[in-house]
Design a protein. Structure first.
Length: 234
């Protein structure tokens, strides 16, 4: 399911891939193709035409000082990320405990949080593009390029992230003790039966926190470009 870059060149796998590997997700050992080859596999004819159009994009709007707007997006990013982290850290507490623990309620709670992460990152990315298109020609073209890449890779991105719930289910089943073992854990060893569940929730939280960072990377890149453009403007 997942691929990790070769460490021979001193490149560490992203945190999300590291966590997936620790959770038992199969990781391919082969070296990743170069960026150009990877994009060639993902871009169809319509995507190539959209990319060509984005490269030649010229805005008709006069440039405007978007410094305050950029600062507002940065502040919104900070507040949104902080709120999402707080919500993710409470994952598992909203599930009503029952005698027979099932994975489905925990999966539903996790996918609800995942959808919030996706929606928030999408909204921030769209807002950043809007600000860029109203600033100057350079940022407007970059916003168009980002939109073209985003559209072309949407299916691939969705497919990759869709594997995480399957990894979580496997991890839940691997950690959960058999029903007959629950009484043995509490009576003979004094270990609380909930300890395995706490460990699962912690691992699930870490996976979603890593996914949050991955989904916000494009927004951070666009905002960095905005910052550099503003700093270099006369």
């Amino acid at each position: 399911m997942t691929h990790t870059p070769s460490n021979a060149a001193g490149v560490s796998p992203p945190r999300l891939l590291q966590l997936l590997a620790r959770s038992g997700a199969p990781v391919a050992d082969e070296r990743l193709p170069c960026c150009g080859e990877m994009l060639g596999r993902l871009f169809g004819l319509s995507d190539t035409l959209a990319l060509d159009s984005a490269i030649g994009f010229r805005t008709r709007q006069p440039g405007m000082d978007q410094g305050p707007a950029i600062e507002r997006v940065i502040q919104e990013l900070t507040n949104t990320r902080r709120a999402l982290i707080r919500k993710i850290r409470s994952y598992g507490s909203e599930v009503e405990p029952t005698d027979s623990l099932e994975f489905e309620p925990y999966l539903n709670a996790w996918t609800t949080l995942q959808r919030r992460v996706v929606a928030a990152s999408r909204q921030l990315r769209d807002k950043t593009r809007k600000v860029m298109k109203e600033y100057n020609q350079n940022l407007a073209r970059l916003a168009e390029l980002d939109s073209a890449f985003d559209h072309a890779m949407a299916g691939y991105t969705s497919q990759c992230f869709s594997h995480i719930p399957k990894v979580l289910e496997q991890r839940f089943q691997a950690l959960a003790p058999a029903p007959k073992d629950l009484s043995e854990l509490s009576d003979e060893t004094g270990i609380a039966p909930e300890d395995w569940l706490h460990r699962y929730c912690e691992e699930a939280q870490n996976l979603l926190l890593a996914e949050l960072d991955v989904r916000l990377e494009p927004v951070l890149g666009l905002l960095e470009a905005c910052h550099n453009e503003v700093a270099n403007s006369p």
